[in-house]
Design a protein around this ligand. Structure first.
Ligand SMILES: [Zn+2]
Length: 206
């Protein structure tokens, strides 16, 4: 049982443990990607609460155990005051969980994908200085190219960005050849692998 607090201040229990196993319940893969995982209906006001409560996501067939760190705990997690168990791979905030599960489900390498995001965000910060853009992997399209969604370029629209599979393969090979080079070392902070480890705001002031 987990406790959820709604915006209407109702506190209610949901029938769910602290961890899930994606091999034991493969339908969770789609529900995480679609955004219905960790969403609960408030029994009082009927609101759907989209939460990012701390949850361990085991995926033995992928050889990985993720732990979702709530976005509100990002600072305490990064400063080490809210540590996670060793051996777990952290993702911070729901969008990163959905992204990482989609990446692993597509059989892609997370370091190469975060590095592609680095290149996309750096380019975007040069052409749209000051914009707060985030990029998430969405899926492989029918041609096998990578589809990303960029949020924040415009107030209303999500931009779809396609990266050819050949570019991904080149970045993947390069990341294995030169793991200490930019941007591979920059996107990794201990066990936390994310392009959000890099600040692009400095570029806006140059
Ligand atoms: Zn409510």
């Amino acid at each position: 049982m987990r406790k959820i607090t709604c915006q209407c201040e109702q506190v209610f229990n949901v029938d769910m443990g602290d961890s899930v196993d994606l091999d034991a319940d493969p339908s969770l893969v789609a529900s995480i990607k679609e955004g219905s995982f960790l969403s609960f209906v408030c029994p009082t006001c009927g609101c759907v609460m989209h939460t990012d409560i701390r949850t361990r996501v085991d995926w033995p067939s992928k050889g990985i155990s993720l732990v979702l760190v709530p976005e509100l705990d990002r600072i305490s997690f990064l400063s080490g005051t809210s540590p996670i168990d060793s051996g777990l791979v952290p993702v911070v905030g729901y969008p990163e969980l959905a992204d990482r599960v989609a990446v692993l489900d597509a059989g892609l390498d997370a370091l190469a994908v975060e590095s592609l995001k680095f290149h996309l965000l750096r380019r975007s910060s040069e052409s749209n200085p000051g914009a707060r853009v985030s990029v998430y992997f969405e899926r492989l399209d029918d041609a096998g190219d990578l589809e990303f969604h960029a949020h924040g370029l415009s107030e209303t629209e999500i931009a779809v960005v396609r990266v050819p599979r050949s570019v991904y393969e080149r970045v993947l090979a390069d990341s294995r050849e030169r793991p200490d080079a930019e941007p591979y070392a920059l996107v990794q902070n201990g066990a936390y692998l994310s392009v959000q480890n890099v600040s692009f705001e400095d570029n806006a002031n140059e």
